[in-house]
Design a protein around this ligand. Sequence first.
Ligand code: NAP
Length: 325
Amino acid sequence: MENLQTKKTVLVTGGTGFVAVHTILQLLQQGYEVKTTLRSLAKKDTILKALKEGGITDSSNLSFYQADLTDDAHWDEAVKGCDYVLHIASPFPARDPEDENELIVPARDGALRVLKASRDAEVKRVVLTSSFAAVGYSNNIKDHVFTENDWTDPNTELPAYIKSKTVAEKAAWEFIDKEGNGMELSVINPVGIFGSAIGEITSASLDIAVSGILNGTTNYSPDFTMGVVDVRDVADIHIKAMLHPDAPGERFIATSNGVMSFYDVAELFRKERPQYAAKIQQLNPIDREYYKEISNEKAKSVLHWNPRSREEALLTSADSLMAKS
Ligand code: NAP
């Protein structure tokens, strides 16, 4: 009997991205028909190379569409015939630009373009990749466990990336509420995403928190801790949120258990991968008061999501980057 799942079509936006390509990989492995958008079709081979490294030799179930978050053109073709849309693309640079609108405009207006086109094409459900940035940057961290009920306040002084993710997620919920016409929306709020670089595709998160520590350019641990999640689990939670009947209308924090400072990451690498440790600098431990508590209970209980440990996510990043260096 034919597997019904093979008939479902999913659009993944921004196929050149780290999270997107891992998600495309899992969708293809599960038998979905996948469409993806790129800013430039010239980058198609980068995606195919990464997928090949992930074990995909036949990419006949994958098609490519050129579309930019800042332009209306081609989104209607990209969403046409899709059952689900995973809107993952959003600018994620290693450094904030001087003008915050360089991030806010494509993040917010891009999300609205994708949602409008999806609604008009009668897509069943959109899963939007937001971020813990939209959850955890306004509440005081002391004695607070961050959950999906927390929101970063976009009307405060914030770094551009954090603001862009908050403004975009808020705009998406408002759109669904007022103009969604019954289309479903689920949101994923990942913390720092790690795991394996694939082909030539990596992410600012790996550049900052893994490469910087391994190559010795990180010489200081700021008073800050981050949640950690493996990109394979981020891809998996997107697919779970796409399918689960209880996911619409909900946001889900995607994090493994516990948080880490840069000092903790450096010590993990030094202990578990001494062969990479020659350039790692001696960082400063940070005070316990800066350790955030972030709950992953909702994703675990509602979606039956079971993430890998933070150590496994970070060591997988380190191994993949060292193997490629
Ligand atoms: P990434 O590798 O930098 O991917 C970003 C993607 O967005 C790329 O495909 C990029 O395309 C695309 N993009 C940027 N501006 C665009 C525009 N104007 N039009 C069309 N596409 C555009 O980052 P990632 O780590 O995979 O992040 C994916 C998503 O997860 C983002 O929404 C990010 O905010 C979110 N997230 C990431 C982390 C993390 O730690 N990595 C944590 C939480 C949330 P080009 O290749 O053409 O630049």
